[in-house]
Ligand binder design. Structure first.
Ligand code: NI
Length: 179
């Protein structure tokens, strides 16, 4: 396992629609392991393959760490089957350091995907896990959390992003969730 580079906005790979994975081979297993390691070190609660430069449909999520025991979820070709309710959550993204914003998400989701043993998994999630899954699956479709906020706020954030790209993120890693 190794920590790999996280691609930052505005890298075009973050805007591409990621490809379905057809074979869960050794390469995919290694990619998933590297992504998990990278997420834990960041630290973040989720990471999608395009964020490490691979335009394929693979995500890792762990909303328990670093407070609790590790509870890693690896999902290949994940899709959202059902959504319910609405929630606003303060999100940040490992590919957009220094930016955080309230994002409207579904409160509960039912997600289906495959694990590394090619076994189908269905996950019913709410709260942070539901938000993290939606954020990561968005990444696979080239969607960033800044696309899901109001146009007014997006204008303000665009100016902040340009400043961060010039001068680097201000302050530390922040006390909000990074996906
Ligand atoms: Ni993100």
């Amino acid at each position: 396992m190794s920590v790999v580079k996280i691609f930052l906005y505005p890298d075009p790979i973050l805007r591409a629609k990621a490809k379905e994975i057809e074979d869960i081979d050794e390469r995919v297993v290694r990619l998933a392991e590297d992504m998990a390691e990278t997420m834990y070190v960041a630290p973040g609660v989720g990471l999608a393959a395009p964020q490490v430069g691979v335009s394929e449909r693979l995500i890792v999520v762990d909303v328990r760490y670093p407070e609790g025991e590790k509870e890693l979820i690896t999902l290949i070709n994940p899709e959202i089957l059902e959504v319910e309710g609405k929630v606003n959550w303060e999100e940040g993204c490992l590919s957009l350091p220094g930016i955080k914003e309230q994002v409207a998400r579904a409160e509960r989701v039912l997600v289906r995907g495959y694990d590394l043993n090619e076994k189908e998994r269905q996950i019913e999630a709410e709260g942070l896990l539901a938000v993290a899954l939606q954020h990561e699956i968005d990444h696979l479709d080239g969607i960033l959390f800044i696309d899901r906020i109001s146009r007014l706020k997006r204008g303000i954030i665009q100016r902040k992003i340009r400043k961060i790209m010039r001068e680097g993120p201000e302050g530390g890693k922040g006390d909000y969730n990074l996906f």
